[in-house]
Unconditional design. Structure first.
Length: 331
């Protein structure tokens, strides 16, 4: 990075430029009448443009170098160090069979719940900067899809690989939350959060949601719970003779355990009935869990003014030498 520490001094460049223009435009043209007699004419020599102006040009160029030196040219780099404690977050996502319900819209087209969740969570990841984030997928079983990382591109790739039914058709909310807590409990960070999203009732697993909430509270982990889905009959794809067909089924969600988990751990419960609401929920959680970053700026620059001073002095010396030798003979 190149810069001038005192750029206002560069206005001084107007002076040598003005002097040069003035000399070229307004300097008097000396003349002397003499005989056209050839022997007399040989006594005079025509003064060349080089002899008239080159010495002045060197002086003005030297002045330019001195002005640039006064402006303090520097070359180096600026560095910014951001220090932030950050937050450790685990995204616990339901991938059970009920997530295939097509009661959400994306860009005006009906899509299943998991497709919307993947899109919204991907947008959420792209807004993160200093938080370590991991991912747990649960259905009938629970497993770690991605350990905590600052590489959000890797997280997005793992998100793309999540499919409906990948962890079984049931919904083990307690196991999903317990595994998320396990991923966080031994980490040294002060702020630890689980964002748990589901659309069904707990009907599988070995650990109840209530017990998992107690474990999370013990380790100081806040849990934000998100219930997703519309109420009443929802369109659900069913295989038929000529391919999948949509039938309307009731997929009731049990909100009370999700509210209890959030209250027990100091988090909050949200309910998302459409894509826009789900987006706003993740944005709100992002604001609630914002950390204050400390920013330090470092600058490393090398001075270059001395080179322009040396160049200016060299030009003055060159002009003096030429005025006593070459330019004198040409005059």
């Amino acid at each position: 990075m190149f810069r001038f520490l005192h750029p206002w001094y560069l206005l001084g460049l107007i002076l040598p430029l003005a002097l040069l223009i003035s000399e070229l435009a307004f300097s008097p043209k000396p003349f002397l009448k003499f005989s056209f007699f050839k022997p007399s004419r040989s006594l005079f020599r025509r003064r060349s443009w080089f002899g008239i102006y080159f010495g002045s040009f060197l002086v003005y160029l030297a002045m330019t170098c001195f002005v640039v030196a006064l402006a303090r040219p520097q070359f180096g780099r600026k560095e910014t160090e951001v220090t932030s404690e950050g937050i450790d977050i685990v995204l616990a996502l339901d991938a059970s069979e009920s997530m295939a319900a097509m009661d959400f819209k994306l860009d005006g087209e009906a899509v299943d719940r998991l497709t919307v969740v993947k899109k919204v969570v991907t947008d959420f990841l792209k807004q993160q900067q200093a938080d370590r984030i991991g991912m747990v997928i649960f259905g009938e079983l629970a497993y770690t899809q991605c350990p905590l990382t600052l590489d959000y591109d890797v997280l997005v790739r793992f998100m793309d690989e999540v499919k409906i039914g990948i962890a079984g058709n049931g919904t083990a909310i307690g196991d999903g939350l317990a595994l998320s807590v396990k991923r966080l409990k031994d980490l040294p960070g002060k702020s630890k959060v689980v964002i748990l999203l589901t659309d069904g009732r707990n009907n599988s697993g070995k650990i109840s949601p209530e017990k998992a909430a107690e474990i999370a509270k013990t380790f100081g982990i806040r849990v934000y719970t998100i219930g997703i889905g519309t109420k009443g009959p929802v369109p659900f794809p069913q295989p038929g003779v000529f391919g999948n067909r949509l039938v309307y089924v009731n997929l009731d969600m049990d909100e009370e355990p999700l509210k209890a988990i959030a209250n027990e751990t100091g988090g909050r419960f949200f309910f998302a009935t459409d894509t826009q609401k789900l987006e706003s929920i993740y944005q709100e959680i992002g604001r609630l869990e914002k950390t204050e970053a400390k920013v330090k700026h470092f600058e490393t620059f090398d001075e270059l003014f001395q080179y322009f001073v040396y160049a200016g002095l060299g030009l003055i010396l060159l002009e003096f030498m030429m005025a006593s030798t070459v330019l004198r003979r040409l005059a």
